[in-house]
Design a binder for this molecule. Sequence first.
Ligand code: UD1
Ligand code: MG
Length: 362
Amino acid sequence: HYQIQHDLIKPILINAGLSLAGFFLTVKMIPVASKYVLKRNLFGYDINKKGTPQGTVKVPESLGIVVAVVFMVLTIVFQFFNFAPDSNWLVEYNAALASICFMTLLGFIDDVLDVPWRVKLLLPSIAAFPLLMAYAGHTTIIIPKPLVSYIGLKVLDLGFIYKIYMWFLAIFCTNCINIHAGINGLEVGQTVVIASAILIHNVMQIGVSADPEYQQAHAFSMYLVQPLLATSLALLSYNWYPSSVFVGDTYTYFAGMTLVVVGILGHFSETLLVFFLAQVLNFLLSAPQLFGFRHCPRHRLPRFDPQTGLLTGTNDGTLINFYLRMFGRKTENSLCVHLLLVQALGCGICFGLRYLLTGWYK
Ligand code: UD1
Ligand code: MG
């Protein structure tokens, strides 16, 4: 192991402190914002409680807006404490924040106006522009070790194509999170698992190379992922079963874009995709309905039986339904725990794969 640069430790700790403050601020603000969104009729009914008294309660929607606002405040204020010697980073950092902010705006617009969902699939492609335009970092991908002898290269420079790859990644990851949803706690829960995996990855990687740029890339990803994790945990405390608030597309889009930006600026976007294993499976199962080969209803949720309180899988192509068909009926709460464990297992596989393909010490 190499030494981690001293000038990185202080900003990482300051960022962690700010994130902790952000957690408490978010916990405090969500009930306040809930009252206001209800007043403006921004609410939803909990579909998996239909037929029980809980199913008639108006649950405040779009509380992701609180997370996004607190996150933006933290990450903007944090710049004051980060004396990066390389101003290129600051340009990219601000471009990343612009993309996240733009995505939050479009997500909130979607929650308020109910954009038709095939149109809404395209919203992230617009929000990704600030990052795509300002990105001046690497345009290379790492070749997995077993393939190096065939290709004769350790890294491959994709040049301009890399930006197109980034663009698709942004569209894919944001929508992926939004469509792996519909049971209490899953939207935020999956983000919390992925963000934790990224944080572990950063901590493990930051000291393995003496290259200051490599260390900075992982530090920068931490500067964004720590506030994301802290504010999301606060939201999860309200969104966990039985949900007293819904997160809205404001949150799913915000979280997806933040994770993409973190993966790109940290330069581990291939690893990020493997952390998204559960989402990729859900996307593959969803493809026939997403691309119009099969009818896609407004909600593709399991069937709830108010008598037993259990959920049964339907024929809609989602990981939730697939899991229920495979492993039998479950309560909403235990189903969410199971799916989050599947998510964590996927991240574990990712750490294993990384070790096998590129080695810990890349
Ligand atoms: C996506 C999914 C949709 C799923 C929905 C659930 C696709 C193409 N779209 O749509 O199948 O039903 O997410 O969020 O896969 N809700 C609950 N319990 C929850 C979370 C949400 O009942 O734990 C319901 C509430 O009525 C809430 C509504 O879903 O108001 C929010 O749906 P929204 O996020 O707008 O749906 P989409 O993202 O368009
Ligand atoms: Mg949604």
